[in-house]
Design a protein around this ligand. Sequence first.
Ligand code: ATP
Ligand code: CA
Ligand code: CA
Length: 435
Amino acid sequence: RVLVGTKVDQNHANYVMAYNMLTGIRFTVSRTNAKMDRELNEADFSAKHKFSFDVTGAELTPSAKYDFKFKDYAPWVFRHLRAIFKLDPADYLMSLTSKYILSELGSPGKSGSFFYFSRDYKYIIKTIHHAEHKVLRKMLKDYYDHVRENPNTLLSQFYGLHRVKIPFGRKVHFVVMNNLFPPHRDIHKTFDLKGSTVGRMFEEKNLETNPRATLKDLNWLSRNNHLELGPSKRHYFIEQMEKDVKLLQKLKIMDYSLLVGIHDLSKGNDEQLRDKTLKVFQLGTDKEEELQQPPALTRTPSKMEASRKAKEMRQTLRQEKPVPMSQTGSKMPDEMEDEKMRKDHYFYLDDGGFRASHENDQPGDVIYYLGIIDCLTHYGVVKKLEHVWKGWQHAESQISPIPPERYGDRFVRFISGITKSAEEAEHDAVEKLQG
Ligand code: ATP
Ligand code: CA
Ligand code: CA
């Protein structure tokens, strides 16, 4: 997995699709946001609205570059969810503006889903299968209630559910969700953990060509890694994970994982690698945009545009400077601005993540960026078949498609088992040696 992926510009095969997604999001989100806020009712959870976009524009919709149809699901529920997750409405729209095209991660998983980052890297658009779409719609009320009761949930934060269809094309469902990884910190290692062992090894020799690949359970175990959390952080983390998993078990969902990105504070940010990925991508987009716009003299940028440009400049400048070790705790003003959005989220408090801690609860040397992802797979027919098939070859405890109840229990057991402070891990290892 590369850090950022390929830029979706006009020559990209999925440019039209991406453009239509963003145009539809912008239109429907502004439309809902423009109304006065109100309480949700039952009907909001099953609501769907269809819009037709075309080059001439219609009564309801503005003209667009292409003809397409757009469906918006449960807009009021998602508006409220975005508020619970403390997103700033203007900021959300700005990040997903169609003028600035996203980058595509391609299809990192086996599922064939595509991933797109908003250009500021804060949001991810994931295309999903119709079955996953149905799961999210069906679970929306439970998810909403859960999130309200658990603002610190580790589950993926869903901000929108939509569908786009181009003439003679197929229907593409997608969700907008949080990018767990921060734009301003390098992730030195990434793990996708499920608590199963079959097929859960990334060939380490491939790390040479792809140093940022996502590693799995067996890689984690073979490195004798731990989620190094002291008593109090460990307690809150496990407690929240258990609550989240309980919901998934109730909804008969499985196959999810704990995604863990590790930022090593002693390594800091590798500026060269960033140059090749995020920064170059952002600047590249900027330059092209500017070329297409009239010369500066004939056009005065709006105040909002100007302040955004200023913010981007600051961001770029910040990325160019290596962050000295001693300063990792102090933040630049606009960095704080970015974090205000998520400020109450316990697990995203330390620079957008969750810093390791020692047995005495003193801060550790790495920051974890973590959450439970890929949680829209229902234990359906496919998994049952897979279960029978894999069940012939392996003991059940090792295989991934087991029923949701046991999947969740195994997940919690595994993650709890690897969560311990460095001191505790060492103590346990010594004890094991001594028998
Ligand atoms: P599969 O079903 O084969 O596991 P998928 O297409 O459903 O694949 P996911 O498991 O959701 O894909 O994600 C694949 C990878 O994309 C993850 O391992 C992770 O590296 C990255 N990813 C997914 N969601 C996020 C997120 N919210 N933040 C950051 N990275 C993510
Ligand atoms: Ca997955
Ligand atoms: Ca999946």
